[in-house]
Ligand binder design. Structure first.
Ligand code: AVJ
Length: 329
């Protein structure tokens, strides 16, 4: 047992984060995937974002769910027992509203949160099971596709119906083509009559959108820059977060908010374990996230092409956010 650091290097160099950095930061324009935001610090920052005055998304959807949860559950259950699956559940703070409604509907409910973060799932399980003894939480640590496959293969709830929650406009991180693939993947693991509850953020006033992704307190800026901090820590890189500026842009053509990190000067950044030297010109950006904003037409097109039929939809008075209940054909 000589060099302790040696065996670590190949492990680092082949990790998912190394692949992202190798692929995303050596291409032009430079990009990074949004999943990189969600380490422990980033997940906490996202929770803080959901409470910002400018970030209307979470509270608007919560209001819609609070108002219509009973109706949603009844429509999805169709007179049978319902089990609830959630994609990208995180700590599942909005789900309680629907679980409450399911308990009122049928007495008990099994809840399968799917998430890649085991710690988030354990937190959700502990909190939900202590607050709601009628709810059995069966966490699935996996990505959406694999998680849905596992849930389906287990086949426990065949007598009843399944409701898949895909809320929070998380689908907005995907390009239209990838979003369609995700929904088709979900549909493939469902039986006719099972349903999907999809929450999407709608196109609206540009100033309002930009403010939601560039808040006055700078929380979103910190969330965005946290990817650099994470890459420094996990890949021993030497990004100086102060030399990058947070930027939110509205891309009208693609109907999406983009987040970028703009290099404020010409600089070089080293990622030593990957033997990488990255050059940035002044004003060059790393594109870190797309957050697509939807119209009814777009969502209905997606649902239809993925093999679902719209059953009912709910919106807030301002039409900022919409929740769609769609049934698998
Ligand atoms: C979790 C993808 C829905 O796009 O609004 C919030 C992430 N990024 N502020 C979103 C996010 C910046 C969020 N989603």
């Amino acid at each position: 047992m000589s060099a302790i650091s040696l065996p670590r290097l190949p492990a680092i160099a082949s990790s998912a984060i190394a692949m992202e950095v190798l692929n995303g930061l050596t291409e032009c324009p430079k990009t990074l995937s949004p999943w990189l935001f969600y380490d422990q610090a980033g997940s906490r920052l996202f929770e803080a974002i959901t409470e910002l005055p400018e970030y209307y998304v979470t509270r608007t959807e919560r209001q819609i769910l609070a108002k219509h949860a009973a109706e949603i559950v009844a429509a999805a259950a169709g007179g049978r027992d319902l089990s609830i699956i959630e994609l990208g559940a995180g700590t599942a703070t909005k789900t309680g509203l629907l679980l409450d409604a399911a308990v009122a509907h049928q007495g008990t409910v099994i809840y399968y949160p799917i998430d890649v973060s085991e710690t988030a799932l354990e937190e959700a399980r502990t909190r939900l099971e202590s607050e709601m003894p009628e709810v059995t939480v069966e966490p699935i640590v996996a990505d959406y596709t694999e998680g849905m496959r596992q849930n389906n293969a287990a086949g426990i709830d065949r007598a009843g119906r399944r409701l898949v929650l895909y809320i929070g406009s998380s689908i907005g991180n995907f390009s239209p083509a990838d979003a369609l693939e995700v929904l088709r993947g979900v549909r493939a693991q469902l039986s006719p009559g099972d349903s999907l509850l999809l929450g999407t953020d709608m196109v609206k006033d540009t100033e309002m959108l930009l403010a939601a992704y560039d808040d006055a307190a700078g929380v979103t800026a910190k969330f965005n820059k946290n990817v650099l901090v994470r890459i420094n820590r996990e890949l021993d890189a030497n990004f100086n977060p102060y030399l990058f500026r947070h930027q939110a842009r509205w891309n009208e053509q693609h109907s999406r908010i983009e987040m970028h990190l703009e290099s404020v000067l010409a600089q070089k950044v080293a990622v030593r374990p990957l033997d990488l030297e990255l050059r940035f010109s002044r004003g060059e950006t790393i594109h870190t996230e797309n957050s697509y904003k939807f119209t009814d037409e777009r969502v209905l097109g997606l649902l239809t092409r993925a093999g679902f039929k719209l059953r009912q939809q709910w919106s807030d008075d301002q039409q900022w956010f919409t929740v769609y209940l769609a049934v698998a054909n």
